[in-house]
Design a protein around this ligand. Structure first.
Ligand code: HEM
Length: 208
């Protein structure tokens, strides 16, 4: 007979959980204040000056949080879990898409068995790798440039001017808003709708 403890596997260490929830909460605030700044004539969530200063403070908190994530993952070598195996990535990704689109709804098992060293399926791996190493840094750097346009004018001009930087920041804003919705939906597809959410708080995922 297996005990409750044996059925649980520890997949999210404390630094990852702390990083993740600060990041998630920060993103919700950044999206709300970002909407207020961008659509100031149409929205009235809060005064514009408050939205700008909250956006700046939270933006820097999220950057600091990201640096902790980077130091933890790169420093410990655990960053390997983010790198897809190029020999199998297409086959595994197709299997995962079939599962999310059909298998899940007819009770088939998840083709990816989560372990601490291999906790992401092929789709998560590709999405998270792109987000954490390309899109999030691009969002943060463009944000810092928009915060002090004059101070960074040399770099801004080098990258094509303020319109280019602003477009990058806004397009990524729409991307991340959509990402959060899809991310939350996919996170409900565990063995119970709240299983993955619980695991991101406790660290333990039930082994099935
Ligand atoms: C309300 C907002 C959010 C909720 C409720 C949420 C929920 C979750 C849950 C339940 C997991 C564990 C299951 C999984 O791996 O998919 C997870 C993991 C993850 N989430 Fe989120 N998330 C949110 C926002 C974000 C944002 C804004 C980002 C990045 C910009 C993000 C990036 C990640 C990453 C990279 C992981 C894997 C972390 C690791 O194990 O190393 N999440 N999220």
């Amino acid at each position: 007979m297996t005990s409750e403890k044996e059925k649980m596997i520890y997949v999210h260490s404390a630094p990852v959980r702390v990083w993740h929830w600060i990041n998630a909460f920060g993103f919700v605030l950044l999206i709300l204040t970002g909407l207020q700044i961008r659509y100031a004539e149409m929205l009235n969530l809060m005064p514009l000056s408050d939205a700008i200063s909250l956006h700046n403070y939270v933006g820097f908190a999220v950057i600091f949080d990201y640096l902790l994530w980077l130091v933890y993952y790169v420093g410990s070598g655990k960053v390997r879990i983010y790198i897809p195996d190029l020999r199998q990535v297409v086959t595994l990704a197709v299997k995962q898409v079939k599962y999310y689109g059909y298998g899940f709804f007819v009770g088939k098992p998840n083709p990816h068995a989560m372990t601490p060293d291999n906790k992401f399926n092929a789709l998560q791996q590709q999405a998270y790798l792109m987000i954490m190493f390309v899109l999030l840094p691009a969002q943060m750097i463009s944000g810092v440039f928009l915060w002090k346009i004059k101070g960074y004018s040399e770099y801004i001009n080098l990258l094509g001017g303020i319109k280019v930087i602003d477009t990058i920041h806004v397009v990524l804003f729409f991307f991340f808003t959509t990402f959060i919705l899809i991310h939350c939906y996919l996170a409900t597809l565990g063995h119970t709708p709240l299983a993955h959410f619980k695991a991101m708080f406790t660290g333990y995922e039930e082994h099935h």
